[in-house]
Design a protein around this ligand. Structure first.
Ligand code: NAG
Ligand code: NAG
Ligand code: NAG
Ligand code: NAG
Length: 273
């Protein structure tokens, strides 16, 4: 009922505005909001963040940069003899922020999330992958909760390769694809399927890296088109393909971009027909 009312409202009122008013008026309307400082400090810098389906935002930072300004829950400490900045660290590098109550609580991350990646699964669980050094092959799982009890669960050596600056995307079959990362010209899927290969090569990521010193294709831009094709844009080129049976289809098409560095939007033409 709510839904129908909203659509009716959109058609009757917004439709009238959209068709009868110039764009500036709409934008002026939207600009009525203002910034408000909600917390002077949340204890960490949020290098990464993800909104969950229960209005909680999971934020996290790298772990190798010394103390944060918030303690780990239950007086716990993290011991890592390989850590250069701090071998025993009793501070948290991740928090859960509750949008409604404007409160936050510390979460426990043991491995380095610096330039990691991740995506939310269809059931609302955030699966976050990779990072630097001890975080390279780790996956970190957090399920949304409202009782303040959920925390990260880290599982080591799940990723086939170390992934630092990779990109993840949810697929139509509900799994996620994890693409690239430094010196990784390949991709893999999560969760893993028994009997299926763990790794698939993607030479495109080698071809679009200008040299081992000029890694200008990290964190490739990945979009799932409405037709199921996955579109990857890295450096100055793009490819697009359906992923059939977890393989990059042979009909992978290349979307050439004319000028180096200047993306001239041929992608949709190339990929959607
Ligand atoms: C760190 O926490 C203290 C005490 O809670 C607070 O006074 C201070 O402003 C915080 N500093 C930063 C940089 O977050
Ligand atoms: C970490 O080290 C501290 C100090 O050495 C010790 O008190 C604590 O029990 C250790 N924690 C773990 C989880 O090993
Ligand atoms: C959601 O699915 C993931 C795997 O895709 C699983 O690890 C997780 O436990 C599931 N979460 C819930 C709340 O069922
Ligand atoms: C990447 O491309 C370079 C240059 O074409 C080639 O020499 C090298 O073998 C390739 N590396 C991989 C892992 O495919």
């Amino acid at each position: 009922m709510m839904h129908q009312t909203s659509i009716l409202y959109l058609v009757l009122f917004q439709g009238t505005i959209i068709f009868s008013q110039p764009c500036q008026l709409l934008m002026t309307d939207a600009a009525g909001g203002r910034w408000q400082l909600l917390q002077k400090s949340i204890g960490i810098s949020s290098m990464h963040m993800q909104l969950l389906n229960n209005d909680r935002v999971i934020m996290f930072d790298r772990t190798d940069f010394g103390k944060s300004n918030i303690s780990l829950p239950h007086g716990k400490c993290r011991n890592n003899t390989y850590e250069k900045a701090l071998k025993v660290d009793c501070t948290a590098h991740s928090i859960e922020y509750n949008v409604l109550s404007n409160k936050f609580r510390p979460l426990t991350v043991h491995t380095d999330t610096w330039c990691s990646s991740g995506t939310v699964m269809p059931n609302g669980t955030l699966i976050q992958t990779g990072g630097n050094k001890n975080g390279g092959r780790v996956i970190r799982i957090i399920k949304p909760c409202s009782d303040g009890k959920c925390d990260w669960v880290e599982v080591k050596n799940v990723l086939e390769m170390k992934r630092w600056y990779a990109t993840n995307h949810i697929l139509l079959d509900g799994r996620q694809i994890v693409i690239g990362g430094r010196n990784q010209f390949n991709y893999e899927f999560l969760p893993k399927k028994k009997g299926a290969p763990n790794l698939y090569s993607l030479p495109f990521l080698n071809e679009t890296r200008d040299s081992s010193y000029i890694e200008n294709n990290l964190y490739p831009f990945v979009f799932l088109n409405g037709d199921g094709n996955l579109f990857i844009f890295a450096n100055n080129r793009a490819i697009c393909s359906t992923i059939r049976k977890a393989r990059w289809s042979r009909s992978t098409r290349r979307c050439q971009v004319a000028n180096r560095g200047a993306f001239q939007a041929p992608a949709l033409q190339c990929c959607c027909h």
